[in-house]
Design a protein around this ligand. Structure first.
Ligand SMILES: Cc1cc2nc3c(=O)[nH]c(=O)nc-3n(C[C@H](O)[C@H](O)[C@H](O)COP(=O)(O)OP(=O)(O)OC[C@H]3O[C@@H](n4cnc5c(N)ncnc54)[C@H](O)[C@@H]3O)c2cc1C
Ligand code: SF4
Length: 488
């Protein structure tokens, strides 16, 4: 716990942002760190509630009151050790997690919850700054070799855990750089890429090998992987993008959000020129889809200098406060207004796109929508109804489809002979993360479907325990709620 009366004395304070005008000038992160005294006060707000619901709110089971207490007392190194005992990469979650822990915080019942995510970010940043995060190669090696396919947060977490167990781990990544969606989906203004490089350097020093431009199933055969490794962890993500099967979806100007974001991130990384990206400059942009990906497209379009940015969401507009049917400590569906939304966008809810309109040269010039309503009936799937006479036409020269992902790509499953579930994810349960083929495991979005970074790290850690058990008959790696290995 923090200070016994801390929650009565201090209000929640979040990191402020630099002005919209300034932050639109580049792709850098734009939060202004709190001074140390203020951070300690935030730690002090943790209130010795008895049963810390935040533990179960966090998919990693982070020991939140314990590190809050250390922050309050200025014992940052111990805070960092506690944090790293459950989370391999708090620098990612401390920036990007939607923080279900904060929705489960007991103080949140009638006050603003403890600012857990920001405390987490500051602990890990201090730890890097002070040089406390160093490589810990295993003291002894087993003679086992593990291939991890995919270098997103699930693959990186699985790799670090398995390396700690002494196995020789090689991570195969088809892209030119490591990081998965952290690298090529999420824009730099949410996560600057040197944050990934800094951590990957530690993993390399610990002995993990990274092989990039290595597309397993294409330029590296599944047979080679099976012959060379004792176990395989598939962490390839849920990369099948959802399309929109309506008239005009082939027009020039209709793009998948992931193409737009990936090219932009490559440009920001200096790998390609601005001419080679999908530019929103001087365009009327419509982003279809109201989630994280849609929000990232809005922030990126505004940095390109779009003429206007509009966002459609097919679902109803959520309430600002916690809805009555999602009481504390559950995750509530509330209206989320991100920093990208604040930078300039007009948002419309309960809107369905019916048709894209083009000119005679096949260029997008607009689209048609209708308003919809959702009918909810007990025990049935919600039904979507179009409202009569609600058709509307919109002018636009660029549409970004941010409609989510339908599952993982089938190629790896087919080539390894793996079963998939009804949502086209790799079939493996959380009992042991094992697929139907002995020695082949799966974790992260590839197993659970599109999700969150915190879940990917959690799954990577859990899967590593089961892979280690498969290889050695037993494992000393920690499982969730079993945190005997504080280390950074
Ligand atoms: C635009 C966007 C923004 C997001 N923002 C957030 C956010 O703010 N907060 C949050 O918590 N979550 C966010 N998410 C979700 C989050 O990024 C994912 O849930 C998470 O990255 C999943 O991790 P993963 O390791 O399972 O897969 P991924 O990160 O998808 O990584 C999979 C990797 O596997 C590689 N791969 C696939 N097949 C092969 C193969 N055959 N051979 C070699 N390599 C292969 C891919 O190239 C990729 O690098 C966002 C997602 C998107 C798309
Ligand atoms: S990882 Fe996410 S849920 Fe867990 S403590 Fe950090 S912010 Fe909260």
């Amino acid at each position: 716990m923090g200070k016994i009366t801390g929650f009565l004395e201090y209000e929640r304070v979040d990191e402020p942002y630099i002005t919209v005008e300034k932050r639109l000038e580049n792709y850098k992160e734009f939060t202004i760190p709190l001074e140390e005294k203020k951070l300690k006060d935030q730690g002090a707000r943790c209130m010795d509630c008895g049963i810390p619901f935040c533990h179960s709110g966090c998919p990693l089971g982070n020991l939140i009151p314990d590190f809050n207490d250390k922050v309050y007392k200025g014992r940052w190194k111990e805070a960092a050790q506690i944090l790293h005992s459950t989370n391999n990469f708090p620098e990612f979650t401390g920036r990007l997690c939607p923080a279900p822990c904060e929705e489960a915080c007991v103080l949140g019942i009638n006050e603003d919850p403890v600012s857990i995510e920001n405390i987490e970010k500051n602990i890990v940043e201090k730890a890097f700054e002070e040089g406390w995060i160093t490589a810990h190669p295993p003291k002894t090696r087993t003679d086992k070799k593990v291939a991890v396919i995919g270098s997103g947060p699930a693959g990186l977490a699985a790799a670090q855990q398995l390396n700690r167990a002494g196995h020789l781990v090689t991570v195969f990544e088809r892209d030119a750089k490591v990081g998965g969606l952290l690298r090529y989906g999420i824009p730099d203004f949410k996560l600057e890429k040197q944050i990934i490089d800094r951590r990957v350097a530690v993993l390399e020093e610990e002995g993990i090998q990274f092989t990039t431009n290595a597309h397993v199933g294409q330029n590296i055969s599944v047979e080679t992987i099976k012959a060379d490794f004792d176990a395989v962890v598939l962490c390839g993500g849920a990369t099948e993008r959802r399309g929109i099967p309506i008239k005009g979806n082939h027009l020039k100007g209709v793009h998948q959000a992931m193409d737009f974001l990936k090219l932009n991130n490559q440009h920001v990384d200096g790998l390609i020129d601005f001419d080679a990206i999908l530019s929103a400059k001087d365009k009327n942009v419509i982003v279809i889809g109201g989630g994280d990906t849609g929000s990232d497209c809005i922030g990126t379009s505004n940095r390109h200098g779009a003429k206007s940015v509009t966002n459609f969401e097919i679902l109803n507009k959520p309430s600002v406060g916690r809805p009555a049917h999602q009481p504390w400590p559950y995750w509530p569906m509330r209206l989320k207004t991100t920093s990208s939304h604040q930078e300039g966008v007009e948002r419309f809810f309960s809107v369905s796109t019916k048709e894209f309109l083009g000119d005679k040269n096949g260029n997008l010039i607009g689209l048609k929508t209708v308003e919809v309503e959702w009918i909810f009936k007990e025990g049935q799937r919600p039904e979507l109804r179009e409202l009569p006479n609600s058709e509307k036409q919109w002018e636009c020269d660029m549409v970004l489809l941010a409609l989510g992902f339908t599952g993982s790509e089938k190629t790896l499953a087919e080539q390894f002979g793996l079963e998939m579930d009804f949502r086209t994810n790799i079939k493996a349960t959380t009992t042991d993360y094992a697929t139907n083929v002995p020695g082949i495991f799966s974790a992260g979005d590839m197993r659970r479907g599109q999700s969150l970074i915190v879940w990917a790290i959690s799954e990577g850690r859990q899967a590593a325990y089961h892979v280690d058990t498969y290889l050695m008959g037993t494992s000393n790696l920690p499982l969730k709620d079993d945190n005997d290995l504080p280390r950074i």
